[in-house]
Design a protein around this ligand. Structure first.
Ligand SMILES: [Zn+2]
Ligand SMILES: [Zn+2]
Length: 189
């Protein structure tokens, strides 16, 4: 069965080099839905607690929220960083507190201190799905991601990974056989 969670991400971006309005810097509220598939954990009668999917995903994805997303070759990137630098906000401000943990992989790199994500490819809805999957596939058994932004919608299905051992008391993934939330230990097999 599947559990799913949805949340909103507000961001600014542009399609560098694209022949159309999206070439200009603009913003969206995007809606991201992540579906996770596994067996039903009999202890809690859930695949996975939806608020925990959201917590796990948001810890990473809040880097995209209230952020600027630019492609690595976009000349706006050095220009914006130059302004942030001059203004003294490039390395953060005391009011920039909703920061996710920095990440970097083959598709994207987050700079939480200045609310910037630099991407390898243009951040279309399709591009976002690729990034989200690459950032979360090892943490969640993702089988489908849908991203809606304005009139653009894309979705992609993925093959479920191996079943994850989850806590029978709170439903979250065990880390080395121990529940990080309640301390439950998997009995020795
Ligand atoms: Zn757009
Ligand atoms: Zn637990």
């Amino acid at each position: 069965m599947r559990s799913q969670t949805t949340f909103d991400i507000q961001y600014a971006h542009r399609f560098y080099g694209f022949q159309g309005e999206a070439r200009y810097l603009h913003g969206h509220t995007g809606t991201l839905t992540i579906e996770v598939e596994d067996s039903i954990n009999p202890g809690v009668n859930m695949v996975f607690p939806c608020n925990e999917i959201q917590k796990t995903a948001w810890a990473v994805l809040k880097n995209f929220d209230h952020a600027l997303v630019l492609r690595e070759d976009d000349p706006l990137l050095p220009a914006v960083l130059g302004v942030y630098e001059k203004e003294g906000i490039k390395d953060g401000t005391p009011t920039n507190t909703m920061k996710g943990a920095a990440f970097e992989n083959e598709l994207c790199k987050a700079y939480p201190d200045c609310r910037l994500v630099v991407t390898k490819e243009t951040m279309t809805v399709e591009g976002m799905i690729k990034m989200v999957y690459s950032l979360l596939k090892d943490k969640l058994n993702i089988v489908k991601i849908t991203f809606t932004s304005g009139v653009n919608v894309a979705s992609c299905e993925f093959t479920a990974g191996e079943t994850k051992d989850r806590c029978p008391l709170c439903g979250i993934t065990l880390v080395d056989g121990v529940c990080p939330k309640c301390g439950y230990k998997h009995p020795a097999r």
